[in-house]
Design a binder for this molecule. Structure first.
Ligand code: AMP
Length: 384
């Protein structure tokens, strides 16, 4: 049988990431990222040019999208709102519905929709499918999904905790079950997705019961440039006192906060070097990041009651052994013991880093959102 390939596109406001994935073998045939779209220094003035550059790169690698067996283009869409929580075939009507959701996710959905529109224009003969970052958390228990704010207002404006990074949390939770050779529905898991954006989830028997992001991907852990949890009072205070506009405050919380806001750097490799050269703000940023992470781990141990396995994933989670050590230091009374040499080994791929006598297993497991999206696409095509 000829290969079936899926082109996965993740279109952000100023970048477009792409990967051509074989959903069966999991092999990525080609991929890359076009950055700084629209900036004077960029090779791409807009998303259409960015996608054309991606096609050029693939052509240079010898890939002809017309004849390589492309069956679908999978689009990562951040916010699915109340109604989109299955992979969805994109046509003019569904795109119009998605357009409406931009009100709920003004920072995230418009660039994805731009990506969808140009991809449909440039590749009109294949199926285009949206996969939503919120989907996995659609059925969060009401107690976890509900903000304790005025109920009528929340209903009218569809305010709830939606959760994000769902594709990653779902994929990793399934891989954990495979790695441990245990049924997913018998495992209670905590997953820490630590990358540029950071989120935690508690998953009981394959079903998410808590996650750290909320109405938007701003809530929860301290992130690369996002604040995570702040007292909502900070927002009205800045508005009133510093005379900042809502847009300015939102932008500050999303783009100039988090580890970057405290240290002027959000790459954990650089942050480590700064700490080693006694940079006090880098140390504080790191301490605040770790403190918040530990708070969430403690909370999720309590939410689950019994935890079998805790897993680190994404850029920081997979690579920064110090973060893993510091997040879990001194938790033996809670059943977690990390093995120092396993944690600091150079191994890549799925691996156990807890000691053999740790009641809770601790893993590092690489996420692969593109593969998960590609598999969702072919599963949907098979149903049609
Ligand atoms: P992601 O969003 O999953 O792509 O993660 C990106 C982040 O991972 C970067 O901003 C870095 O902070 C972090 N990262 C990537 N590689 C390493 C590494 N070798 N050591 C520490 N942090 C890393």
């Amino acid at each position: 049988m000829a290969d079936q390939l899926v082109l996965v596109i993740n279109s952000g406001s100023s970048s477009l990431k792409f990967q051509l994935v074989d959903p069966v073998s999991g092999v990525s045939r080609d991929g890359g990222k076009v950055q700084q779209i629209g900036e004077p220094s960029s090779r791409a003035a807009d998303h259409e040019e960015a996608l054309r550059l991606a096609f050029e790169q693939m052509a240079e690698s010898g890939i002809d999208l017309k004849s390589c067996g492309l069956v679908a283009v999978g689009h990562r869409v951040v916010h699915g709102g109340k109604h989109f929580y299955h992979p969805t075939l994109l046509d003019d009507d569904t795109i119009a519905e998605l357009d409406k959701l931009s009100e709920l996710a003004p920072l995230h959905n418009p660039p994805a929709i731009r990506g969808i529109k140009v991809a449909r224009k440039l590749l009109p003969d294949v199926a285009h499918i949206a996969v939503f970052d919120t989907a996995f958390f659609h059925d969060l228990p009401a107690a976890a999904a509900t903000y304790a704010i005025n109920r009528e207002l929340a209903q009218r404006w569809e305010i709830r905790r939606y959760g994000f990074h769902g594709t990653s949390h779902r994929y990793v939770s399934e891989q954990v079950a495979g790695f441990l050779d245990r049924p997913l529905d018998r495992l209670n898991q905590i997953i820490l997705h630590l990358g540029n954006g950071d989120s935690a989830s508690a998953i009981a028997g394959g079903r998410p019961v808590e996650t750290s992001m909320g109405l938007t991907p701003l809530e929860g852990l301290v992130m690369g440039t996002r604040s995570g949890d702040v007292d909502p009072g900070v927002i009205s205070y800045l508005w009133r006192r510093a005379k900042m506009s809502v847009d300015e405050i939102e932008s500050m919380l999303n783009h100039q906060s988090g580890v970057w806001g405290l240290a002027g750097e959000n790459d954990f490799r650089r942050l480590r070097q700064m700490i080693e050269s006694d940079d006090g703000s880098a140390q504080l940023a790191y301490d605040v990041f770790i403190h918040r992470l530990r708070k969430y781990i403690g909370a999720y141990l309590a939410v689950l009651g019994h935890t079998d396995v805790l897993t680190f994933t994404a850029g920081v989670g997979e690579n920064a052994a110090e973060v893993r050590r510091d997040a879990l230091a001194g938790l033996q009374e809670l059943g977690i013991v990390v093995d120092e040499s396993r944690n600091f080994s150079d191994d890549k791929g799925a691996r156990r880093i807890s000691s053999d006598d740790s009641r809770i297993t601790v893993l590092v497991l690489p996420t692969n959102e593109e593969l998960a999206i590609a598999r969702d696409c072919v599963a949907l095509l098979a149903e049609l």
